[in-house]
Design a protein around this ligand. Structure first.
Ligand SMILES: [Zn+2]
Length: 198
């Protein structure tokens, strides 16, 4: 039996006039939110095939990031657009809670109109938890990279991952910048000056 409301990895499909029982909904959500989801696998495969080595769901790292590259001191989160509310614009002056909080849907996150309060509250909680996780990580000297599900579509995945790679390299450089390799001036002073000759 498939009560899962995610039809494929990109589309949130909700003919759902919210016919699910709370128990079904819970099972559905825990199924989707588990580790090893397909978007995350795409990121892992790309990284692996390009020589990057990583660990998964490291519990000792705050926020239990999906992918951890210790030597880059980088945590990668692969976020589903629906559950993490990609590109949703929060209402700047929310009068009250619930359905009015997000101004509207975004291209990749469509909140069901039925039972909207429930979904808005759920997505908001996820966003708040995300921000808290990123903040704690950064305070502990970690770099955070967020990859969105919609950035992993076949047409754009290569571009996305090249950007991730650039960020990883920047992160690695910044680690060395903070710990410069000691430079032996004593030894240099004993060397003759180089001359270019005529
Ligand atoms: Zn998205």
């Amino acid at each position: 039996m498939n009560n899962c409301i995610i039809k494929c990895e990109y589309q949130f499909y909700c003919p759902m006039t919210d016919t699910m029982t709370p128990e079904q909904r819970h099972r559905c959500m825990s199924h989707i939110k588990g580790s090893g989801t397909k978007p995350e696998l795409k990121v892992r495969r790309w990284l692996w095939s390009h020589g990057y080595r990583y660990r998964l769901n490291v519990k000792s790292v705050p926020g239990k990031p999906d992918i951890v590259l210790r030597s880059y001191r980088t945590a990668i989160f692969v976020n589903g657009c629906f559950w993490h509310g990609h590109s949703l614009t929060p209402n700047p002056s929310p009068i009250g809670e619930g359905s009015g909080y997000f101004l509207g849907n975004s291209a990749c996150c469509k909140i069901p109109s039925s039972n909207r309060d429930f979904w808005v509250a759920k997505i908001r909680r996820n966003q708040e938890r995300d921000q808290e996780n990123y903040r704690v990580l950064q305070e502990n000297g970690w770099h955070v990279i967020v990859v969105w599900e919609c950035q992993l579509k076949p047409a754009v995945i290569e571009h996305t991952m090249r950007e991730v790679e650039l960020l990883l390299n920047e992160n690695l450089l910044s680690l060395y910048r903070h710990k410069p390799v000691p430079y032996n001036t004593e030894e240099e002073n004993q060397l003759p000056m180089a001359a270019e000759g005529d």
